[in-house]
Design a protein around this ligand. Structure first.
Ligand SMILES: Nc1nc2c(ncn2[C@@H]2O[C@H](COP(=O)(O)OP(=O)(O)O)[C@@H](O)[C@H]2O)c(=O)[nH]1
Ligand SMILES: [Mg+2]
Length: 268
């Protein structure tokens, strides 16, 4: 049976960039993707109208849905929602690509072509490895990230080449038991995922990506996050089981849900 792949785009206040992300989905990329969902995390800009008119004017060669989260669940919450959607929809894999056009789906395509995704639980885009390209990143920020990668590598006992880029692919097999559901709902969700994956011994393959920052606005509050992330790693090292079982959210959400705003079915 042919494998089924979902791609989701978390979107939050990136009306300027989202059309460039959608432009990436040409015939080649879409030949691997059975459905794209754009998850509007209750943006306060016009992202939703921008996507709606883009979809009216363009024919993306696969099924596309624009959805709106019932609450702002944060980036982590949006990922949980998409993971649930993928598992419930019978998808074999789920790919995340950020909506603010910092990365490109085409960095992943060669791996899909070769079937490398089938050999691992997840393929994680890495901004800081041989073959990666960074544009518009300060030396300080790059250095900080590399240091954190090293700290995490030591903490989990395996090479970590990125703690959370905006281009990742997961097998739904590893997501079925929802091990991630109590992880942080904010931008730190992916740090938790790395720790969880180390604990459960998921097989991870990092792959180099190009990542750019030109007109995007990062919402990461660097210093604040740097400290919180260290605490997270520290608590994992001190007591792994307690970390894995803990509630990491500020507010527990019973059901990460969204309503469908636009649905486009593609027929050749
Ligand atoms: N900051 C933020 N981003 C979100 C949220 N929901 C979805 N996103 C998307 O998540 C991606 C990453 O956020 P961003 O602030 O650019 O972080 P950074 O690129 O890691 O510095 C972007 O594509 C956002 O559109 C949210 O609640 N907050
Ligand atoms: Mg960004």
């Amino acid at each position: 049976m042919k494998e089924k792949i979902l791609l989701f785009i978390p979107m939050y206040n990136c009306e300027k960039q989202i059309t460039r992300v959608l432009d990436q989905f040409d015939k080649e990329a879409c030949s691997f993707i059975d459905e794209i969902i754009i998850l509007n995390n209750r943006s306060t800009d016009n992202g939703e109208q921008v996507v709606t008119s883009y979809l009216a004017d363009h024919n993306i060669p696969t099924a596309v849905k624009l959805m709106r989260n019932n609450e702002n669940y944060g980036l982590g919450g949006s990922q949980k929602l998409a993971f649930g959607y993928a598992v419930n929809g019978g998808f074999d894999y789920v790919i995340m690509l950020h909506g603010d056009d910092q990365g490109s789906i085409h960095d992943l395509i060669p791996y899909l072509k070769k079937g490398i995704h089938r050999k691992y639980d997840c393929l994680l885009g890495a901004r800081f490895m041989n073959g990666s390209r960074l544009e518009g990143y300060s030396a300080f920020r790059t250095f900080g990230n590399v240091v954190y990668n090293i700290l995490f590598s030591i903490g989990v006992g395996q090479r970590v080449l990125d703690l959370g880029s905006g281009l990742n692919m997961y097998s739904t097999k590893m997501l079925k038991d929802r091990f991630y559901i109590r992880y942080k709902d904010n931008l730190m969700f992916n740090y938790c995922m790395i720790l969880g994956s180390a604990y459960y011994k998921h097989s991870i393959r990092f792959f180099p990506i190009c990542w750019r920052e030109d007109d995007q606005v990062s919402n990461v509050k660097m210093m604040n996050q740097a400290v919180t992330v260290l605490k997270l790693l520290g608590s994992y090292i001190l007591n792994k089981k307690a970390f894995i079982e803990a509630e990491h959210r500020d507010k527990a959400v019973d059901d990460y849900s969204a309503e469908t705003i636009v649905e486009e079915i593609y027929s050749e």
